[in-house]
Ligand binder design. Structure first.
Ligand code: BTN
Length: 325
């Protein structure tokens, strides 16, 4: 099918939001006969779209194929700038690396890089990130906020809130956040976030936020050593999830919160983050690169730094650590 016709057809279905679009409307829109419309519908079916046809009502989309190609994310996307420029790779070392080079070349704010698989996915604290083909969302978003370098960890917390909200909307599940940026379900990790910067003395040039979201993995898709500590949306929900739809919700929620953050500062995001956090008001052990800190996690400060009330009565600021609850 010609790409323009395909785009127009998918846009018409997207605007109908799951309702029927009559054959006549489609044939007027595309400027073709009803028989040609039927052929285009058949082409979409071959691509994996599930379409219902009802006499006198027309056609409607029941489900889209689980693809995250540019089109699948772009059609139906309700953002102004997040995801309006998409780079989609079948296989990449790391989407972070690609996003860094696009950012250095001047890619606009909101550009998002996706890969179906990563061969060298990066995690926090120099760990690797398991990113098998076609099952997860491996994406890096390019932002260009005018904020000082020390405020950038706030964006990690903002991203965690946006992803939790999107997962809630699409699946009805209620994941929680473990400081600083792990999204968890039933004690296992569902999502990891890695924030990196391009900054110089004159300030932040770009922030690259990498999100690794375990979506459609089965337990056996995880290597043995991760099976007790990692989970996926599909394992928790017990049904597979359309990744493009989840991405659209994440980008929409992200843009909404980010706009609020740029206008009103961190306070509204902080309130939401605290509502989703499990690590607060509990005894924790924070394992940092310089040793462990034990105590009660009492909150986060305005920079998103974790505050731990230690047994000897001090408040320790934790900038980066693994948290054991
Ligand atoms: C963590 O350690 O919790 C953070 C993991 C972040 C993984 C994502 S997947 C997309 C992006 N590309 C990478 O190489 N890493 C991030």
């Amino acid at each position: 099918m010609q790409s323009l016709i395909r785009k127009q057809l998918l846009e018409a279905f997207s605007e109908a939001e799951g309702n029927f679009v009559s054959g006549q409307i489609i044939s007027d829109l595309l400027g073709c006969s009803r028989t040609a419309v039927w052929k285009h519908i058949e082409d979409l079916r071959k691509e994996g779209y599930e379409l219902e046809a009802v006499r006198r009502k027309g056609y409607r989309i029941l489900s889209k194929p689980d693809s995250i190609s540019g089109d699948a994310v772009a059609i139906g996307l309700k953002t102004r700038y997040m995801g309006r420029q998409i780079v989609h790779e079948q296989s990449a070392g790391s989407t972070q690396k690609i996003a860094h080079s696009f950012a250095a070349e001047g890619a606009p704010e909101g550009t998002v890089v996706f890969a179906e698989e990563q061969t060298e996915g990066r995690g926090r604290m120099s760990r690797s990130w398991h990113s098998p083909k076609g099952t997860g969302i491996w994406m890096s978003m390019i932002l260009r906020p005018s904020i000082p370098v020390n405020k950038t960890p706030q964006l990690t917390l903002l991203t965690a809130v946006a992803i939790v909200q999107a997962i809630e909307e699409v699946t009805g599940l209620h994941p929680v956040i473990k400081w600083p940026n792990d999204i968890m379900m039933n004690g296992k990790k569902l999502v990891g976030i890695l924030t990196e910067l391009q900054a110089e003395a004159d300030g932040v040039h770009s922030v690259i936020i990498g999100c690794g979201i375990n979506v459609n993995q089965q337990i056996n898709d995880f290597p043995e050593e991760l099976r007790n500590i990692a989970t996926s949306v599909m394992i928790e929900k017990k049904e597979s999830i359309n990744r493009a739809l989840l991405i659209q919700h994440i980008l929409f929620r992200f843009e909404e919160l980010y706009e609020q953050y740029l206008q009103h500062g961190f306070s509204p995001v902080k309130l939401l983050w605290e509502a989703y956090a499990i690590s607060l008001n509990r005894q924790i052990i924070a394992r940092t690169l310089h040793g462990s800190v034990k105590g009660k996690a009492v909150g986060i400060d305005d920079d998103g730094v974790l505050l731990v009330h230690t047994y000897d009565g001090r408040i320790e600021k934790i900038y980066s650590a693994d948290i054991e609850i």
